[in-house]
Design a protein around this ligand. Sequence first.
Ligand code: SF4
Length: 60
Amino acid sequence: MDDAALPFPSSVCHACMHLQLVRSKTSTFLLCRALAVKYPRQPVLVCASFEPPQQAARPK
Ligand code: SF4
C-alpha cells in the first residue's frame, strides 16, 4: 500500500514518531503509541504530543 492510500492523509499523525499503522485485510487504522486514547478521532490536525521522527545521528 502506498502512502496515498493511507486513511486521513491530512492527519498530522502521519508525520509523527508515535504513529503505528495497524492493518487488517480490509482496513488500515492509525494507532497512537503516546496517548491513553489509542485511536484518537481522525483526522488529528493539532496534537500537543506530536513529535517528528528522530533524525539519525550524522557522522562527524
Ligand atoms: S502523538 Fe498525536 S500526532 Fe502523534 S500519533 Fe499520537 S495523536 Fe497522532
